[in-house]
Write a protein that binds this ligand. Structure first.
Ligand SMILES: *[C@@H]1O[C@H](CO)[C@@H](O)[C@H](O)[C@H]1NC(C)=O
Length: 274
């Protein structure tokens, strides 16, 4: 429980007292590390019950998702997780749901496997009372065999059960992909790749590494964070991870900075994974 106090204190410092934060830089990093450890320990437990719904698949001929997914992930959003991706309707949650992982299994015992498929949300969309519009690949992977997959695809929309699960990207750190539309130094937009675990990124701050003056960014759409006047100099990112109930929040501070001369289209490894 004292972690909650710590994260509240952390929040307070970050939002209301940049000057104070300067003198407390090291303790803050220490808190962040403690919170990170706490998060890792918790990730092993809990498996939620399945929820009944329906799923369809993308009408495009491509087996994967779409490059123009609402989350703003670009081609990453079509190919991440081997192309096992999905659009979500309510679970899109105004973009907060981007990057979340779900186990989805169809319920027709003649065709469907027990485990179904694990998908990453990279787009927004719905079909006929569906919660998921899966990539063709992911839709087919709910089946027991390739023949069964063909039968499933022929059905178009199927009954499913789903539950939120941890995302897992072995050997990947959270990576900052600077939006192609960014315009140094006036406008900075980016998405975060390889968000592991079962929490949502609900806020992002950019701080000047030199003086720790921080700025809260806007979620412009989907998973895209933007600011029209980014701080100058080398930049340090802070990400607020929140669990589903919203009662466990922790700021994660990357090891690596975004370089002073960041470039549109470039990717930067944060050096951390949650
Ligand atoms: C992830 O970050 C760690 C620590 O900074 C680093 O040693 C490692 O090489 C990074 N992994 C990848 C795949 O870039």
């Amino acid at each position: 429980m004292h972690y909650h106090l710590l994260s509240s204190l952390l929040l307070f410092l970050l939002f209301f007292s940049p000057a104070m934060a300067l003198s407390l830089r090291y303790p803050l990093s220490l808190f962040a590390t403690l919170l990170l450890v706490h998060t890792l320990a918790e990730a092993q437990t809990s498996s939620d019950p399945f929820i009944h719904s329906r799923a369809a698949y993308y009408p495009n001929s491509d087996k994967q998702g779409t490059d123009s997914g609402a989350c703003g992930f670009g081609s990453f959003g079509a190919t991440i997780n081997g192309g096992d991706v999905s659009a979500a309707s309510d679970l899109y949650r105004n973009g907060v749901g981007c990057g979340a992982c779900y186990q989805v299994r169809c319920t027709n015992a003649a065709y469907c496997s027990d485990n179904g498929v694990t998908v990453v949300i990279t787009d927004q969309g719905s079909s006929d009372r569906t919660d998921f519009v899966l990539s063709r690949r992911a839709f087919g992977r709910m089946a027991q065999t390739t023949d069964a997959a063909a039968s499933l695809l022929a059905l178009g929309v199927v009954d499913i059960e789903y539950r939120r699960v941890s995302c897992s990207y072995p050997n990947k750190n959270i990576t900052i992909k600077i939006d192609e539309n960014s315009n140094y130094p006036h406008y900075l937009g980016f998405v975060l790749w390889y968000q592991q675990g079962k929490k949502d990124i609900t806020a992002v701050q950019l701080c000047e590494t030199k003086n720790m003056v921080c700025k809260l960014l806007d979620r412009s759409h989907g998973a895209v964070w933007t600011t029209t006047s980014p701080p100058s100099g080398a930049l340090s990112l802070r990400m607020l991870f929140t669990d589903e109930d919203g009662d466990d929040e922790s700021w994660v501070v990357p090891i690596n900075s975004i370089p002073q001369d960041w470039k549109a289209g470039e990717t930067y490894d944060t050096g951390v994974q949650t």
